[in-house]
Each structure stands twice: as structure tokens, then as C-alpha cells.
Write a protein that binds this ligand. Sequence first.
Ligand code: PMP
Length: 396
Amino acid sequence: MFEQIERVPGDAILGLIDAFKKDSNPQKVDLGVGVYRDEQGNTPILRSVKEAEARLLKNETTKSYIGSHGDPRYGKAILSLVLGEDSPVLAANRASATQSPGGTGALRLAADFIKTQLPGKRIWVSDPTWPNHLGIFHAADVELHKYPYVDADNRLDFDGMLAALKEIPEGDVVLLHACCHNPSGFDLTQAQWKQVLEVVKARQLLPLIDFAYQGFGDGLDEDAYGVRLFAENLDELLITSSCSKNFGIYRERTGCLIAIARDSEQMENVRSQFAIVARENYSNPPAHGGSVVIEILESAELAAQWREEVAEMRNRINGLRRDFVEALKPHGLDERFAFIAEQRGMFSYTGLSGEQVDRLRDEYSIYMVRSGRANVAGLVSDNLPYVARAIADVVK
Ligand code: PMP
């Protein structure tokens, strides 16, 4: 039977990683990867995570199943982190968390929940969005549509976005990026979040907020602005949270799906459906990453250390953004690329064309995806002038 199976091309990013590895140019720069890199080009294990793992190794007593919702202590810790310790939603017992294999697993749970429990509802995602959003909702057979997000001049198209949201059929699901929009790096201001909230209310939309980069934009609480605004002003909301980036535990697959409902009764009903979806997909989530997060967030000392480490990663990225614009100054390009310092998160839509990206790769061994998305964390202070000069050459 397998003779009928067609081979599909691999992920474009994986192809890029391969080509980068094979490139012998000592000046090569990888701006394609989707993970944080430090000044040495490594994706290190955080010190707080190492310490938490040492404690776990010593104290863990069982490897038995943790249940479809995961570890309740993980859920509790993440609800506080995402919604804020003093959230009225938590006080009213209207929020629940279901641990999942990464943010991706949480998105799949949400997609299956929408398909089975909210039949006929469509999902609306930003154009552009993280490509796997398309894959996940397609795999779950949820009809997907797009709303504009970035305009032809590589700016946030807020007017276009708002106008499109106003046309979405009542009751549909709208996916929003909480912060550090992937791939563009363009985030909503607080005033814009409020405007989106009004449209969501007027159209009775169900927001699904993807929160994959908490702490990578302006701060752990600052990045939660939109999430908390929505949580406190809407009866119903879905949130997918990921610990991959902010705890640097990518491969441990640690995330959760949060549901907020009108009251605790309805919350429990929704929550019970999440357990079914989880069971049908993978039964129980992996435990290790969640245990690490619990160990850190339940210890005042480790939590403080972790917050510092998140700040370190964030400050490095935001510093690089400013330094990069500065490095473009001698080429007279600082104003043209000033937006890079305003964008947030690891990723930037640079506005470079596919052809320009190809030239950067072929002539300078600088690798990024053809959409012109660059991972800012792939830069280091030493290669800023080199990358700036290469960009000046390809855009002139
Ligand atoms: N949402 C967005 C927007 C992302 O960029 C990512 C990671 N690239 C995820 C969700 C999922 O992250 P993970 O499954 O690794 O936790």
C-alpha cells in the first residue's frame, strides 16, 4: 500500500537549518531559528530550571499518570501567572487550566473543543500568523478565515483588522496573539486592545488568545495586559499558554489551555470536555516540564531568580533591536528600519522581499525565512555591523 504514498517537502525552516549547518562561511548568521539564543549563540538551560530539576530528581517519588488535566498545582501556578494573582476571575472560580503538551497541544485541544462542542463556529486568525495555526485548525477540521494584520508597507494594519473583525459572523472564534506577534513582531497598544474588546463584545465573538511569549515583550505582567483586560470584561474566553520560551523548556512540551466561563458551573462543564479531548489525543500530558514550573513558581527564591532570567532574555532582545537600528545608521537606513526597535518578541517582519532574503543567504550567509521574518535573538553584538552592511547592500 505504501507505494501510493507521496513524499512531501520538509518544513521550510528545517531546510534552512540544514543549509545553515552545511555553510562553511565563518561569518554565517542564523536568523531563521525559532528559539531564544544568548550572546554566545546558545539556547541555555535557565539556572532556575537546573536547580528545579536537581530538586525534582531528589524528591520525586513516582512516575505514575498525572491525569488528563495535568498537575493541579501547575494549573494553579499558571492561572496566577497569566491572569494575575489578584484576578477577580480567579476569586470567582470562573477559570480552569488544563495542562497540555506545549502551546501547540493547547491549541489542538482548543481546536478539537471548538469542532466538537461549538459546531459550525469558524476560527479567524491574523494574516500573517504562526503557520502552525493554519495546520492545527485544518487538522481539527475547523473552518479557518483570516483578518488583515500587516499592510503592504509592513506596518500594523489596525484599521483593516478592526474593520474585518466587525464583519465576522456573530459567535465565531477569533484568535489573537497576546504579545510578541509571531511572525510580525507588531503588537497592539493598550488603547487598541480596548477597541478590539468593544468589537468582540458587540459581535459576541469568542476570543482565543495565544500566549506563547509571556515575559518576552515588556514584562510578565505588561505582556498580559490584553489577556487580563479580556478576562475581566468578558464572560467567556479561551487562552493557550506556553512555558516553552519563558522557561526555556521547549522540548519538555509544557503548556495549558485556560477556559474562563460565566460561572464556575459552566466552567466545570467546559473543563470536563477538555479532559475528553485530551484523553482522545494523548491521554495525559507529559509531567516533567510542569513539575519544573511548579518547583520554580512555588519557591519564592527560585521564582525571583526565574523572573530575573526572563528579564535577561527580554532585555537582550530589546537591546539588540535598538542596537540593530543603530548599526543601520551609518548606511542611512535607521529611519527606514526604526520599526524594528518598536516591535516586540523574538521575531521581526523586516519588510525584506523573498529575493532580498535569497541574496542575504547566497552572498552573505545570512539565513532567514523567505517571508522576511528574522529572529532577532539570532544576532550578537559582534555581527550587527556585518548584518547591517549586508542589508544595506541588498536594499539599495
Ligand atoms: N503559538 C505561537 C504564536 C508560537 O510562536 C508558538 C511556538 N513557536 C506556539 C504557539 C507553540 O509553542 P510550543 O508548542 O512550543 O509551546
